[in-house]
Every structure is written in C-alpha cells, then in structure tokens.
Design a protein around this ligand. Structure first.
Ligand SMILES: C[S@@+](CC[C@H](N)C(=O)[O-])C[C@H]1O[C@@H](n2cnc3c(N)ncnc32)[C@H](O)[C@@H]1O
Length: 231
C-alpha cells in the first residue's frame, strides 16, 4: 500500500435524498457530500464503489444514527462515516497509521463537508490487527463500518481480529460493503475462528422497502453488504 505522489485531483459529489425506512417521510431529507479525490498511487485518496453502497444503506437508516458511536475502518476518503456524522452520529474515522498523507487527506474530506476533525469527527491512525493503546480506548462502539476492506486475502484476518476485539461481549454490529473479486476467497473459516457470524443483506428486499435502487448502485460489479456480529 502506497501513500504515493499526487497525479491529479477532482471533486466528487454524492447526493442523498428520499424516504426514511422509519416513517416514509421525505420532507427535508437531502444531503450533499463532496469528496476531494486525488488520483494518486494510493488506494485511500479516492472513493471505491463499495463506499456509496454502504453510504446509501446508512442513509436509509439515518433516523437511527443520531447519537450512535460509530467507528469506520480503512475509511480512505470516508464517505460512509462522513454521512453518518452529518446524520448526528459520533464518528471516529480511521485508516492505516502508516499512511499519514492519507489521514491528512481524510481531514480535508471532512472539512469539505463542514466537519472539523477533533470537534465534529475524530480521525485516528489504526492498523488492522495491531492492538496498540489507542485501539483499547475505542471501545465501546455501537457500529463498526468498512467499505472495500476485504480486497487482499492476506489481510482478511487482520481486519476480522480487530472487529472481533471491538465487538467482543457486545451486541454491536460490523457493517461492511465489499466487492467480490474472486469466488475462491472466503472469510467463513476466519469468522468461526474469531467468534463472529455474518449475514448478507438482501439488496432486492432493501430496494423494495426503501425505494433506493441498490441494483443501479451495484451496476455490473459484485458488490455486497454484509453484517457481522459476535456469536
Ligand atoms: C480499497 S481502499 C477503500 C477505501 C474506502 N473505504 C473506500 O471504500 O473508498 C482500502 C483502504 O484500506 C486502508 N488500509 C489498507 N491496509 C490497511 C491496514 N493494514 N490497516 C488499516 N487500513 C488499511 C487503505 O489505506 C485504504 O484506505
């Protein structure tokens, strides 16, 4: 993973509107998030296709987000976490501690949406599978988020060990969006090893109940929403 030099930049706009699952009320429900993207050597400077999928799901649940303690792992430009913070959650955005330029860019993404790091959102360097003092201070957390953090099989266990530590002894959830890049890859054995269980969310049922066209968001990519809890 590189924190490499910038090649060129662009501003990406995400517009969220529509009814809430809770009461079907659409009035005043509109949110615009802008993400400054840098097309550089690093993965963390632009928004991957899983992130809008997770963000739209959170948007459908927005009436339930206020006051929740939410932690996003490997957040890159942080679209889902930024959305949650705009909806009233207490959000900590994290990315690899080894990528200071990425964390700095993440601060810029927050500021572009009127969120001041240290006041409206917290930003922290957190490497999956490393249990330094900071990680211990992150508990308790109500909801953990991640988008496109299962892209390198050698890191699957690092992600899940961090999640297992944070969920242990709680009824909190880990909600992640991921892109299936190979049907040979599986986290099933690791879920068992770390005392976790997962269930895919059914995008067709979600589309029906929310009015959000998840199939259009997924397009021709194999994107999934997975919810993981401690057993
Ligand atoms: C494919 S990108 C996804 C970024 C963002 N979540 C999105 O969907 O747009 C993977 C992210 O994981 C972060 N990452 C990679 N290895 C990591 C590690 N060992 N610990 C923490 N974060 C890591 C990268 O810096 C990058 O932001």
């Amino acid at each position: 993973m590189s924190d490499g030099p910038v090649v060129s930049g662009q501003l990406k706009k995400f517009v969220f509107r529509g009814k809430s699952l809770n009461n079907g009320d659409t009035r005043g429900d509109y949110l615009e998030i802008v993400i400054p993207e840098l097309l550089s050597a690093g993965y963390s400077f632009y928004t991957w296709p899983s992130a809008p999928l997770l963000a739209w799901y959170l948007w459908s649940q927005r009436k339930n987000l206020r006051g929740l303690r939410i932690l996003e792992l490997g957040c890159g430009t942080g679209l889902p976490g930024i959305l949650a913070a705009k909806c009233g959650a207490h959000v900590t955005l994290t990315d690899s501690v080894a990528l200071p330029r990425s964390l700095h860019h993440l601060s810029g993404c927050c500021e572009a949406n009127g969120l001041i790091p240290g006041r409206d959102v917290q930003i922290l360097g957190l490497a999956w599978g490393l249990f330094l003092a900071d990680v211990h201070n992150l508990r308790p957390v109500d909801l953990i988020l991640a988008s496109d953090c299962f892209y390198e099989p050698s890191q699957f266990e690092e992600v899940l060990s961090t999640v297992a530590f944070l969920l242990d002894g709680t009824d909190s959830r880990f909600l992640c969006a991921y892109q299936e890049r190979s049907t040979d890859w599986s986290i099933e054995a690791l879920l068992q090893k770390w005392g976790l269980k997962g269930a895919l969310l059914d995008l067709d049922s979600l589309s029906e109940s929310s009015g959000i066209d998840y199939r259009a968001l997924v397009g021709d990519r194999s994107l999934h929403l997975l919810e993981i809890v401690a057993v």
